[in-house]
Write a protein that binds this ligand. Structure first.
Ligand SMILES: Nc1ncnc2c1ncn2[C@@H]1O[C@H](COP(=O)(O)OP(=O)(O)OP(=O)(O)O)[C@@H](O)[C@H]1O
Length: 358
């Protein structure tokens, strides 16, 4: 069942199109990430759901009801923004209970709820502290508890962990996900950090220049990016441009400039110019004279080591092959080092050659 519905939403600021024809549905209990570069429209969309921004066109609904004429405080939404600071003069308890106090809930109910939320964010016993007596991560957890206090239908998070340093951020990612799972609240969050989007989201919408480029589960977008932008924004990809030159053994043959042929399981009409994406970890690097193919259905191109970045457990190679530099990630399992200029053979499964739409 869908909780948040967004249909053909548009927002312009003078000549700037912040959102254009944006549609998506967010399911009950889903952790939904809006990912994209700066200026892509993520915050504008989140603020439109919250009610801070009124879209020029389209419709936003919660539980099937259009929210256009519902004010912010009646939308049944909890919010946590990067700079959505706690009230500095109030205790942790009063901060968390704030939303319930302004709704004139009975004192006993507020106390019980605050206790429950402190337990949820693992800060029991911190109720009497002031925000300045908390670490950054603790403040963030209190802000989360405050956003959840009224038991809202939807939780909106804008770069919720943006202010934290890397280590704390990783810890909080894990915690945020746990809490979201436990509460089961439908959550929409904005991030420009691809790793954060991959770790937290059930599904991701990739946004750029006000448009949605692709929506899908992290694994689906990673394994099957539709565009060059999506492939490059979520992870790293090598791109091979060529022309479709027919079918062979159930595979599509792509002829690269320079005459090398590579194969894909995807279908594409003969004669079409296409771009193929291959993720760096999909390759195997072998010696100059590869073992005879036991399976003819494998891509195989010759190259030379042009550079390496050693990271202990793994190595990133830059390999000069088929007239380009190919980035390859390898686990550090080799007994011999592949030195500069060493001749190598790159092999990969045609299933990992993805034909892009643009
Ligand atoms: N109030 C405003 N007035 C004019 N232009 C605006 C306004 N708010 C946003 N924009 C423009 O709309 C576009 C989308 O902005 P938005 O903040 O939604 O992007 P974003 O993806 O959230 O970026 P960031 O990651 O930097 O927060 C940008 O080009 C921005 O400059």
């Amino acid at each position: 069942m869908s909780v948040v519905g967004i249909t053909k939403v548009a927002k312009r600021y003078g000549r700037v199109t912040a959102l254009e024809d944006v549609s998506m549905t967010i399911a009950d209990g889903e952790f939904f990430g809006l990912l994209g570069p700066s200026g892509g429209g993520k915050t504008t969309l989140l603020r439109s759901i919250a009610g801070f921004i009124d879209p020029d066109d389209g419709e936003i609904s919660i539980d099937g009801k259009p929210v256009k004429n519902i004010p912010i405080n009646k939308r049944d939404i909890g919010m946590m923004f990067q700079n959505y600071a706690l009230f500095p003069h109030m205790t942790v308890t009063d901060n968390i209970g704030f939303g319930l106090s302004v709704r004139h809930r009975p004192k006993a109910e507020i106390e019980a709820r605050v206790t429950e939320l402190l337990r949820l964010v693992r800060l029991e016993g911190f109720g009497e502290r002031k925000p300045r007596q908390l670490s950054g991560g603790q403040q963030q957890r209190i802000a989360l508890a405050r956003a959840l206090a009224t038991n809202p239908r939807v939780l909106l998070l804008d770069e919720p962990l943006g202010a934290l340093d890397k280590k704390l951020r990783e810890e909080m990612q894990f915690e945020l996900k746990q809490i979201q799972r436990n509460v089961g609240i439908t959550t929409v969050f904005v991030t420009h950090d691809q790793e954060e989007a991959l770790t937290l989201s059930d599904r991701i919408a990739i946004m750029s220049e006000g448009k949605v480029l692709q929506i899908g589960a992290p694994r689906d977008i990673y394994e099957r990016p539709r565009t060059r932008f999506a492939a490059g924004f979520l992870g790293t990809a090598n791109f091979f441009e060529g022309t479709v030159s027919g079918r062979e053994g159930g595979l599509t043959r792509i002829l690269l400039a320079g005459g090398t042929a590579i194969f894909t399981r995807d279908e594409a009409p003969e004669g079409r110019s296409v771009t193929i994406a291959v993720r760096p970890e999909k390759f195997t690097v072998g010696g100059a004279t590869p073992a005879p193919a036991s399976d003819a259905q494998v891509n195989r191109i010759a190259g030379r080591i042009a550079g390496e970045v050693f990271a202990g457990n793994s190595v990133t190679y830059r390999i000069d092959a088929a007239g380009r530099i190919v980035t390859v990630y390898m686990q550090n399992r080799m007994t011999e080092r592949l030195g500069p200029d060493a001749p190598v053979t790159l092999t990969w499964d045609p299933a990992h050659s993805i034909v892009l739409e643009d």
